[in-house]
Write a protein that binds this ligand. Structure first.
Ligand SMILES: Cc1cc2nc3c(=O)[nH]c(=O)nc-3n(C[C@H](O)[C@H](O)[C@H](O)COP(=O)(O)O)c2cc1C
Length: 183
């Protein structure tokens, strides 16, 4: 994720998603580009979603066992700052954002390229992150072209990129200390 845009590893970035969940204090969501299809059985769709342990959404997904994913569309770059630079640990961050809640209470954002809601089947410890294997229970179509980080980086502006660089440096340092890696 912190690889340069031209890197071969950037080809594995998923479309930018808003991953939402809920807890006793209400719904929350974060930006994620680590979402991968993980089923070949059409009637049993699954996704693998890697969430960093420092994120509030991570803890909500782990505790509630449910999540909702909105695939962001081009034009929704405005969601990246409120959902991707701030933490719900600092207070509610969905105020003023156009979203609805699934029956479980997880937020789905208006205007996305598609959405789904899912339930956690298993969780795999990556050290710095958890890979949640989720059963997809409902999907919905949206409109527009899925937003990719390669594209969004060109339009989010200098102020966003500066804040992102600062936050990434902190997140990377924490990940380096905690991540599972070769012995
Ligand atoms: C472009 C972009 C991509 C991101 N990709 C991921 C990701 O793949 N996994 C992850 O856990 N966090 C990712 N994040 C970071 C979270 O969105 C960010 O830490 C957020 O503030 C967490 O919010 P929360 O603490 O309210 O859950 C990304 C952020 C941005 C801006």
């Amino acid at each position: 994720m912190t690889q340069p845009s031209g890197s071969v590893l950037s080809l594995f970035w998923s479309p930018l998603c808003a991953v939402g969940s809920h807890g006793p204090a209400g719904p929350n969501a974060q930006i994620c580009l680590s979402v991968l299809g993980a089923s070949i059985v059409p009637a049993r769709p699954r996704l693998l979603v890697a969430l960093w342990k420092g994120n509030y959404t991570h803890d909500l997904v782990r505790a509630s066992g449910t999540l909702a994913i909105t695939v962001l569309a081009e034009g929704q770059e405005g969601l990246l700052a409120p959902l991707g630079l701030r933490s719900g640990r600092e207070g509610p961050k969905l105020g003023g954002l156009d979203c609805r809640l699934t029956p479980e209470g997880d937020p789905v954002f208006a205007g996305g390229a598609g959405w789904l809601r899912g339930r956690v089947i298993d969780a795999f410890d990556l050290g710095d992150a958890t890979a949640f294997l989720a059963a997809v229970e409902e999907t919905g179509a949206g409109e527009g072209t899925p937003l990719r980080w390669q594209t969004a980086q060109r339009t989010v502006g200098e102020a966003f990129l500066a804040k992102w660089a600062e936050k990434s440096a902190r997140d990377r340092a924490a990940a380096e200390r905690a991540m599972r890696w070769l012995a």
